[in-house]
Write a protein that binds this ligand. Structure first.
Ligand SMILES: Cc1ncc(C[n+]2csc(CCOP(=O)(O)OP(=O)(O)O)c2C)c(N)n1
Ligand SMILES: [Mg+2]
Length: 443
């Protein structure tokens, strides 16, 4: 959580320093004027006749500061899918959120970068150079659009596929690859599962494989921020599969009852490993689960980066104004396996994958940029070359780093290493050079 006492200290160093257009635009409060679609709801009617919060937050037990009077734009109704970009990159008349050009280009850059990063990391995994990887191909808009809608001081509690969020907050590609290798430069010293990043300086909470647990953490962290008087919103992610986990109920319920200043963002990518959404839930939509818990909810086209940005921005503004949490379902698709250990051809139809390829979020957004004269083939080629080189350089740099020192087996647990552990470490060190202490990928 943000550092004690100072609100300013709540701003992550890395994020505050980031030169990314979105970070700077958001910092100046220009990215969407704090309102969806320039002050208008992005779709349909406002949440029908409902006040944004059931009770004034100040009357809630945990409230420790007055509720701000600002009333952000109403959210779109949950019945339909909020969509701004058509498949061909056109925007429906009068519905372009008119984001600043630097924000638009930042969104595109991040989506393309994570796509290339994914492609290369899967190759490294197949070559035995990293042990495991979880790709996000097809879900780039959902992650990038939602993270970009936050202020740099806000916190992110990722689920499984939001590695790009850490990189958007300043985690370097080299550091990310250090984590994937689990080498000595990895901040977790190889103790975390690969592809489970942590990046405290970017207000990015460590990823956990245990499905759903991050939700109660996200909700609680947001409550704690409010008690401390920090002007911080928490964005907590989950997958469709997590809606069946106990922690989903716990997190949603606490969030709504205590009007926690958070946004809970479900990446409905249609699959939870081999379990399709039809077996995950009998609800018509996942979004409507918000209603059961008493919080506003919205369903958005997760392959439409402008729509994702807009609904997340509106939800974050509501939370910031003391009007409580929002549940967002982003409808998207996981085009590759659950992870490098999975073979999706064993449980799903290739035709389904092909159909979703046509809804590609990156192509759709590029078409939009081109129509607006902000992008062209020459820029695309130069940009892709630059990203490829950045990823190459990061791989080369990360692979220079050796494994974690054996001593790290017993550090970071006790302030003073106990005698029995010291003895065990001495035994391990005595094996050094005798070839019995070598691990190897694949895991
Ligand atoms: C509590 C718990 N149960 C089961 C698992 C095994 N598991 C790992 S990922 C996963 C599916 C997650 O699906 P979803 O929430 O839709 O996220 P996605 O992988 O699609 O992004 C499961 C069941 C786990 N890690 N934790
Ligand atoms: Mg899923």
């Amino acid at each position: 959580m943000p550092a004690k006492k100072s609100k300013v200290a709540a701003r992550p160093k890395a994020a505050a320093k980031a030169k990314t257009p979105a970070a700077t635009a958001a910092g100046r409060g220009k990215s969407a004027g704090g309102r969806v679609a320039g002050g208008k709801p992005v779709a349909g009617k406002p949440v029908a006749g409902k006040p944004a919060a059931k009770k004034p937050v100040a009357s809630r037990p945990i409230a420790s500061k007055p509720v701000k009077p600002a009333a952000p734009a109403p959210l779109p109704t949950p019945q339909g899918l909020v969509r701004l970009l058509e498949d061909d990159g056109t925007v429906q008349k009068g519905r372009d959120p008119n984001l600043p050009v630097d924000t638009l280009l930042f969104l595109y850059e991040q989506m393309v970068q994570v796509r290339e990063f994914d492609r290369r990391m899967l190759m490294l995994q197949r070559q035995g150079r990293i042990g495991f990887y979880g790709p996000i191909l097809g879900q780039e808009a959902a992650t990038v659009g939602s993270v970009a809608a936050l202020e740099p001081r806000d916190w992110i509690f990722p689920a499984l596929r939001e590695g790009a969020a850490a990189m958007m907050r300043g985690l370097s590609l080299t550091e990310a690859i250090n984590q994937l290798i689990g080498n000595g430069a990895d901040r977790c010293k190889g103790r975390q599962m690969p592809c489970h990043y942590t990046f405290k300086e970017g207000n990015y909470y460590g990823m956990s494989s245990v499905i759903g647990t991050q939700l109660s953490h996200a909700v609680g962290a947001a409550m704690a921020a409010r008690i401390r008087g920090d002007d911080v919103v928490v964005l907590g992610y989950l997958g469709d599969g997590a809606t069946s986990a106990n922690d989903f109920h716990c997190g949603m319920n606490f969030a709504a009852v205590y009007q926690s200043p958070c946004v809970l963002f479900c990446q409905n990518n249609q699959w939870a490993i081999s379990v399709p959404i039809s077996k995950q839930s009998a609800s018509e939509t996942l979004a409507q689960k918000g209603k059961a818990y008493g919080m506003p909810y919205v369903r958005v086209d997760g392959n439409d980066v402008l729509a994702v940005y807009s609904v997340t921005k509106a939800a974050a503004e509501r939370a910031r104004a003391g009007q409580g949490p929002t549940f967002i379902e982003a409808v998207t698709y996981r085009r590759l396996g659950h992870s490098s250990s999975d073979d999706p051809t064993r449980y799903r139809d290739e035709a389904e994958v092909k159909a979703w390829e046509k809804k590609d979020p990156v192509d759709r957004f590029r078409a939009y940029l081109q129509k607006r004269g902000l992008w062209n083939d020459d820029k695309e080629a130069a940009f892709k070359e630059d990203i490829a080189q950045r990823v190459n350089a990061a791989i080369a740099a990360a692979e220079q780093n050796g494994p974690p020192a054996d001593e790290t087996l017993v550090t970071d647990v006790f302030a003073t290493v106990p005698e029995p552990l010291k003895e065990q470490l001495a035994e391990v060190l005595a094996l050094e050079g005798r070839g019995v202490n070598q691990g190897a990928f694949p895991l």
